[in-house]
Structure formats: structure tokens, C-alpha cells
Design a protein around this ligand. Structure first.
Ligand code: ASP
Length: 321
């Protein structure tokens, strides 16, 4: 068997942060490869971004995703993206929106400790990510996130802790796989094929409902938006006093996705009789916004927008792998 050709795309984050005693520096992808015990001969490298991932715009994420697409089209067998952990699952999900789930493997990784930490986690995470990207088992799963020996899907990964190496969970499922030496073990079946996004429309607002939120607040924050994601409570329950405003917004043409603070796979809300309101189907509010941006990016035909939105949000029964 020939050794797969892996391309490393570096995009900044803590894994690339190095303090030399007086100043901070951003390491390039080539620098990151020198941190590995054995320099891999099958890995090519380029840089797509630098700095903290909390500063990335959706356009920046699309640019990273499109670079992944280009690298695969030019013949790489797999791609590793080093990325800040603050928004890693969002860029991984944007990559899934652009690429679908059948190409790859594409494996995102990062670190919780900076490169200059006495015991950095970046080198092990990078070695694992290269191994996962080299594995035939990692195909057909969409972009993956590999950190701390765990493998998560882009759809389910969520950063839940900033203080530990064990910073990510897969919501609501068990993690997709694990890696401790050089061979990943997957516990889940490959992903279903997902719809593809061509453009991402930016005028989609995301609002978190809070106790006592007034209709005036909701209206002011969402007026004029093409799309609204409202993160409610429980099983996408939003305060009853907001329903009138939601109705007004849909009548004015705003497409609404109701997300939830805890996991809930609720998707169709036909009972409400509002044809352009959906439940987020288990996606986090942040990812539901990206899905709605992609659906609205299909253009002015409402039927096409709703078709892609339904495909992206539909949890396919339980949303669990
Ligand atoms: N602030 C960092 C970022 O760029 C955090 C990290 O990479 O872990 O997301």
C-alpha cells in the first residue's frame, strides 16, 4: 500500500502560539511539523490564516474550507487543518457545508496549550490528526475534529471547557472515535451525505432568548434580517410573549430557525402552521446559523432555500450516530 499524501493547512490558534520570553509569535505549518518526533515525508504544507480563531469571519472560514476543497481536488489523499479551538467546530462545519460528507478525510486539530508550554499538547494532536487523515476508515464521515485522542464529527463537536485538554464533547452522541497510537478506532458509522452550500448569505442574526426578554428587544435585534436563529430553552421552547413577533417576522419574509440551549433533535414544527420556521434538529445555535446562511445563499427561490435548510437540519430520526 502506498503512503497517502496528506496536506497540512495551518490557520493559527493556540497550537501556533509561541512565546520566546519577550514576545508572541505565530508558527507556520512548516514550524509545526518540526515539533513532531519524526518529520513525516508524505506531508506537504501551506498557511491559510494566522492569529486567534475568535477573530475569523464566516468569509475567512469559507476561505479555509475552499482551500481544503482545492487541496483535495489537486490530488491530496487527506487534509489536516490546524486551527484555534475557539471556533474549530464552526470552520469544520463550514467545510462540511462546502465539501459535503463524502470527500476526505479532512481532520481539524488544535491545542489547548501554547507551543511554548513546558508540556504542549499540539505535537501529539498533530501526529494523531495526520494518522486519522491517513486512515481509510476516516473517509465518508465529513470533516472530523481530533484533539486529546478523541475524534468528533463537525456536526456534533462542541467546545465546553477552556481549562482542560479534554475540552470537547460530541453532542449528544458518544465521540466518533479514538486514537492513542497511530491507528484510529471508530465507534460510529459513516455520516449520511449532506447538502452542499455554494454561497453563504450574511444577514442572518443569532439571538439567545433570556428570561424577561421583551418582544421589542427581539424585534429591534432581528428587523430586516433575511434569517433569524433564536436560541430558546428546553425543547426549543421560547417565551410565549415572543410568539407574536416571530409570527410578524415570518410574515415579513424572515426565515426562522429555533435552536435550543440543551440538545434537542426537534426539526419540523408543522404544528405551528408556520411554513418557514424550523427546529435546529440538534445543531447548536451557532451551527444552525451557518446552515441558515447556506440555505439562504441558494438565492431568491424560497422552495430551494427551504429544501436545503431541511436537508441540513434534518437529524434523520434521532440525530445520533
Ligand atoms: N484563542 C485560541 C483560538 O485561537 C484558543 C485555542 O486555539 O485553543 O481559538
Amino acid at each position: 500500500m502506498t503512503t497517502p499524501h496528506i496536506h497540512l493547512l495551518a490557520s493559527g490558534g493556540t497550537i501556533s502560539s509561541h512565546h520566546d520570553g519577550s514576545d508572541w509569535h505565530n508558527l507556520t505549518g512548516a514550524d509545526l511539523l518540526t515539533r513532531l518526533d519524526e518529520s513525516p515525508t508524505n506531508v506537504t504544507v501551506s498557511d491559510v490564516a494566522a492569529g486567534p480563531s475568535s477573530s475569523l469571519s464566516v468569509d475567512d472560514m469559507v476561505a479555509i474550507a475552499d482551500e481544503v476543497v482545492a487541496v483535495l481536488a489537486s490530488g491530496a489523499d487527506g487534509v489536516v487543518v490546524t486551527h484555534g479551538t475557539d471556533t474549530i467546530e464552526l470552520t469544520a462545519y463550514v467545510t462540511e457545508l462546502r465539501l459535503g460528507t463524502t470527500a476526505g478525510p479532512v481532520v481539524f486539530t488544535g491545542s489547548m496549550r501554547v507551543d511554548s508550554h513546558p508540556e504542549p499538547d499540539g505535537p501529539t494532536n498533530l501526529r494523531h490528526a495526520i494518522a486519522v487523515a491517513s486512515s481509510p476508515q476516516a473517509r465518508q464521515r465529513g470533516p472530523l475534529i481530533c484533539l486529546n485522542g478523541e475524534i468528533h464529527t463537525a456536526r456534533q463537536a462542541t467546545k465546553v471547557d477552556t481549562t482542560t485538554l479534554d475540552a470537547f464533547v460530541s453532542i449528544p452522541a458518544p465521540i466518533s472515535g479514538t486514537i492513542s497510537t497511530d491507528d484510529p478506532t471508530f465507534h460510529s458509522t459513516p455520516s449520511r451525505p449532506a447538502g452542499r452550500a455554494h454561497d453563504m448569505r450574511s444577514d442572518v442574526v443569532l439571538i439567545s432568548a433570556y428570561p424577561g426578554m421583551t418582544a421589542g428587544h427581539l424585534h429591534a435585534a432581528s428587523a430586516g434580517a433575511a434569517g433569524l436563529v433564536l436560541e430558546g430553552f428546553g425543547d426549543i421552547n421560547v417565551p410565549a410573549n415572543l410568539w407574536g413577533t416571530l409570527l410578524e417576522l415570518t410574515e415579513a419574509g424572515t426565515i426562522i430557525v429555533l435552536a435550543s440551549r440543551p440538545f434537542t433533535p426537534t426539526f419540523r414544527l408543522d404544528g405551528l402552521g408556520l411554513p418557514t420556521v424550523r427546529g435546529a434538529g440538534g445543531l447548536s445555535a451557532q451551527k444552525a446559523r451557518l446552515a441558515l446562511m447556506a440555505a439562504l445563499g441558494t438565492g431568491d427561490h424560497l422552495a430551494q432555500t427551504m429544501e436545503l435548510l431541511d436537508e441540513l437540519l434534518d437529524p434523520h430520526e434521532s440525530g445520533r450516530e
